[in-house]
Design a binder for this molecule. Sequence first.
Ligand code: AMP
Ligand code: ZN
Length: 667
Amino acid sequence: MSQDIQQKIQNLRAELHQHNFDYYSLDNPTISDFEFDSKLKELQELELKYPEYYDSNSPTLRVGGEITKNFPTVEHQFRMYSLDNSYDFDDLEDWEKRVLKTIEQPVEFVAELKYDGASISILYENGVMKEAVTRGDGFRGDEITANVKTISDIPMQLYGDFPPRFFMRGEIHLTRKNFDKINERREEEGLDLFMNPRNTASGSLKMQDSAEVRKRKLSAVLYQYISTETPAKTHWELLQKAKSWGFRISEQTKLCKTLEEVKEFITFWETERHQLGFDIDGIVIKVNDLAQQQQLGYTAKSPRWAMSYKFKAEKVETELQTVTYQVGRTGAITPVANLKPVLLAGTVVKRASLHNEDIIKKLDLHEHDFVYVEKGGEIIPKIVGINLDKRLPNSQEIEYIKNCPECGTELIKLEDQAIHFCPNDLHCPPQVVGRMIHYVSRKALNIEGLGAETIEQLYREKLVENPADFYILTKEQLLPLERMAEKSAQNIIDGVEKSKEIPFEKVLFGIGIKHVGETVAKKLAKNFESIDDLKKATKEELVQVEDIGGKIAESIVDFFQNEESLLMIERLKSYGVQLEKGENTTELLSNSLENKTFLFTGKLSLFTRDSAEEMVENHGGKNISAVSKNLNYLVVGEKAGSKLKKAQEIGTIEILDEQQFLDLIAE
Ligand code: AMP
Ligand code: ZN
């Protein structure tokens, strides 16, 4: 029986790896995404039931779920160099001359897109992904293997005649489409938007929860094989081989016999790059022959056999029409330049962000100025200068507004901040709407049918003004709204009803007390039985709670001094929203671990790290993230490494296996 199961697990793993190979190497997927997902799910269930067949290379690791608190630092066996930059064809010709001087023979080039992302070095041993490390400072980087395993473009299992041990290097990036999707989600959830795909990609790689990394839908291309043994004579052949082993290689790479062909490639992509769907910031040109590469060698910073050609950021001139001001959900004011529409980098630009008053002053922006607009990596293009020749003689300086454009309240500016705020958080329309959107968001009351647009409509129709109003909405009020069908109206009513089951800690997060984020809300819920208890707490009492500082405490006290907040709370209570700890709230189960600190390391098999940490908290203990003298217990699973060693060195730390940990709780 157990052998059957083991066989089944192994078959599923092999089949799923093969599917990846078919897709990336043969360009020939043989099963649908749906079939793939259901097989993956089947495997996941089996692995959960039979943890004894754990395999660090299982395709289920694609799904993520592993938590890494600190990424270990790893030395690069082969240094990761930078590239030398060139900005025009003259630079490039100079480089070719230098190359030819050393080589004294004809030289072929490979021209590749310069992907704008984060570089990665991945070690493969016997066809299996062993370790993925960021570039870091070129000498050492962070080991982020669990996160890299979630990226479908990168194979976990190779096929064919791959060498036993080598590194593949490449770039992890994010397509425009997936970047926009992430930002749409963030906008819905009221979170700050990410600036550009590159930063988002590299930031995603450092997230602690690999399941979250998976959700970012990162892409990757591999562009360099590196090892002590090299199974080919040219870079081009290596790329083809890598593809045959299952790597995703850039489709746009071109073998060029002459520098003329390289230039054609550059000219072509300089304009066509906007059609790619992802960002590139130039072209990389490499000497094709590996013996020639070796002959050329390296400078202190970069290979002499490669050169990057950087595209100029595109810049156009257009007229400033007006400056308007947007009020965000937190009351932050953003000045926006409205421009005469102009074509830039393949899109029509009508607006540019001016960020804050200081930037306007620094530009010395006047009414109807002709401005230079540039598109860098940011979502919104920016104004980089002014054509003073075209400034009208009597034009006035742009004067920053003094009052909120939405509610008229005088703006304030906090010390040490460049941004102005509208302080009227209770009545300024975008702030009022923002708070309601926050209340229904996924991590708060999670009311699904109610989106940002619907809330805005409801507010305009004066049907809702604060979250308590959601609970008295009727279908009759909803139906006349634009694009509101019977079914969606019912969904809203049901969603609102269901939100009454959401536990106290999430409600506490949802009601939008300033500075009370998800974690703080959890801490508060742990320390206060009900909203009434919290209301009674003084500032001095609040700062006693772990992680609650003066600023948060003050904001909580302020919240409960406001009549309108109090009324909203009373109303929510009367509708049955959870404003005290109930069965849904995690309660302290015992005090058996009080004042004790814990850390888990190695591969756990009796429970997951998450559930273990929860157990600690439920019994009054505390989880800490590093081995130090403050640690009482280190719980070790299989293959525990440096943490175990360090704990043994310190000597005062008690080392438990998983069963001993369970026994400790039971005591
Ligand atoms: P730089 O950061 O300007 O020194 O450029 C070097 C970086 O370009 C490398 O670290 C890679 O992350 C990135 N890169 C993007 N595409 C390629 C490519 N096709 N070949 C080599 N490097 C690339
Ligand atoms: Zn306002």
